[in-house]
Write a protein that binds this ligand. Structure first.
Ligand code: 4AD
Ligand code: MG
Length: 475
């Protein structure tokens, strides 16, 4: 069975062909635009309506699924090289024109989010999802070619890798009917696992264990955060790519992250031209509706090429604070809340200032204050900063968070104690420092934020098939 993408490449020689797909439009009772998802382009199927039953043709409406048989001929119409002269038409399934939600017109993103099960039949979502698929392939290809092993980290876990407490509990207990302990707490001893567990927020700690045996590994799987943030950059369920490398220090880690991002973007520029061109045009139309001052200077493909061709700026947190302190708020007071104190966490407006106004390119910030970062990061000799790095992207903000890990048992123990983390919970993680410990590093890249950057989509909910956000788990 041939798909439309392959068919459109064939030389028309009146050969008999058969395709399946969904009707995009049916014009003048004669021209069916058929699409099967293999490509953005439709194949035009021409029906001689006198030869077909009227009742059958009435069923050819937008959204109906068809099988078409006919001759592949050179097209007379503009915009396509070939078309099918239809001999046989079979309706797999009709789509009532009165109720089918996806009509051939512009729908709002909000409306389409409510139709998450049908929105992939629009050009925009089909293009985004094909790019998403290509990007995930590029991720696996990059790591495989660079000597990494793909590792599946557990989804259910007893540890909180980020220590941020933003976890979804996993339990088999019927919480309403399970008696509490004498201390008034939930008795997790009765649970399937005999202890409190949650959905993973990150596969990092397990990836560290594997890096200390396989050398270089990466995870690429779903992660979960019960943070109640209703933003265009946060999901409760998102896919994270987490490479972890033995014997890599922070500089090696930064080099890898930069090279990795550039290579996967190169891959889609080379392999997804049709979809990216379409998304670029869509974005240009959207930009035109904005006031001049707010319009983006670069088109989508220019942005991708810019990231691929330019070195990311690397500065320490301390240098970033200096820049922010010395920056004057602009006239519109957009960046008026600039940081005054060393040690404060950067807000997204600070990150945007650095990336979009000051440097105008991706920035790697490193050596953050220990106090605002997770327990596992390697303490610097100054005793107050850690070997952390965040990569900030224009229009996206933080796309990568990573670090060199604390490999010294005593220092890690001190840190764990200071933060009030139960040492026993991390016994296996501490074992890694007791037996053959070594310098090692890794990072996490939020896959949906990468897809957002690659496709120019403004909202993270529109780059994952069925977004999980607060109050939203219908599908
Ligand atoms: O900075 P984060 O929290 O780092 C970690 O989880 C580390 N354990 C990673 C590591 O070193 N192996 O998350 C990493 C990235 C962020 O930079 C962001 O791109 C993405 O994950 N991310 C989210 N993406 C969508 N929705 C959310 N709620 C996200 N939270 C983090
Ligand atoms: Mg982070």
């Amino acid at each position: 069975m041939v798909n439309i993408k392959e068919l459109l490449k064939e030389t028309p020689q009146d050969q008999l062909v058969e395709v399946n797909g969904w009707v995009k439009t049916f014009r003048s009772n004669r021209f069916i635009a058929l699409n099967d998802g293999s490509t953005l382009n439709n194949i035009q199927c021409v029906v001689d309506f006198e030869n077909f039953d009227e009742a059958l043709l009435k069923q050819v409406t937008t959204g109906a699924a068809l099988k078409v048989k006919g001759k592949l001929v050179a097209s007379q119409g503009r915009g396509q090289a070939v078309e099918i002269q239809v001999n046989e038409l079979h309706i797999h399934g009709t789509a009532d024109a009165e109720t089918y939600p996806i009509q051939p017109k512009k729908h709002s993103m909000e409306f389409l989010r409510e139709q998450a099960h049908l929105r992939v039949r629009t050009n925009t979502f089909a293009a985004v999802m094909r790019v998403r698929s290509a990007l995930s392939f590029a991720v696996h290809q990059y790591f495989t070619q660079n000597g990494f092993y793909y590792m599946h980290a557990p989804i259910i876990t007893g540890s909180d890798a980020e220590g941020a407490g933003e976890m979804f509990r996993v339990t088999t207990l019927d919480l309403k009917n399970t008696p509490l302990t004498e201390e008034g707490e939930v008795n997790f001893k009765e649970d399937f696992f005999g202890k409190e567990t949650n959905l993973t927020v990150s596969g990092q700690l397990e990836a560290e264990a594997y890096a200390m045996g396989l050398g270089k590994v990466y995870t690429f799987g779903p992660t979960f955060r019960a943070e109640n943030s209703n933003t265009s950059r946060h999901l409760a369920e998102f896919w994270m790519i987490e490479p972890e490398m033995a014997f890599y220090d922070l500089k090696d880690n930064m080099d890898l992250a930069e090279d990795f991002i550039k290579e996967v973007l190169k891959y889609i520029v080379a392999h997804c031209a049709e979809d990216l061109n379409f998304l670029e045009k869509r974005l240009l139309d959207e930009e035109k509706t904005k006031p001049q001052a707010e319009r983006s200077e670069l088109s989508l493909l220019d942005k991708l090429r810019f990231v691929i061709d330019n070195k990311f700026v690397r500065i320490t947190y301390t240098e970033a604070i200096e820049i922010l302190k010395n920056s004057k708020p602009n006239k519109k007071k957009k960046f008026q809340y600039l940081i005054e104190e060393w040690g404060a966490d950067l807000q997204s407006e600070h990150e945007r200032f650095l990336v979009e106004k000051h440097f105008k390119c991706p920035v790697i910030l490193y050596d953050y204050p220990a106090k605002i970062k997770a327990f596992y990061m390697r303490l610097n000799e100054d005793g107050k900063t850690v070997r952390a790095m965040d990569i900030l992207f224009p229009g996206i903000g933080e796309i990568v968070g990573g670090s060199q890990r604390e490999e010294r048992l005593e220092v890690l123990l001190e840190k764990i104690e200071a933060l009030g983390i139960d040492e026993k919970e991390l016994w296996w993680y501490l074992d890694l420092r007791k037996y053959g410990t070594a310098v090692h590093s890794g990072f996490g890249l939020g896959f949906e934020r990468l897809v957002q950057f690659a496709t120019g989509m403004g909202n993270i909910r529109d780059v994952i098939p069925f977004p999980r956000t607060p109050q939203n788990a219908e599908f």
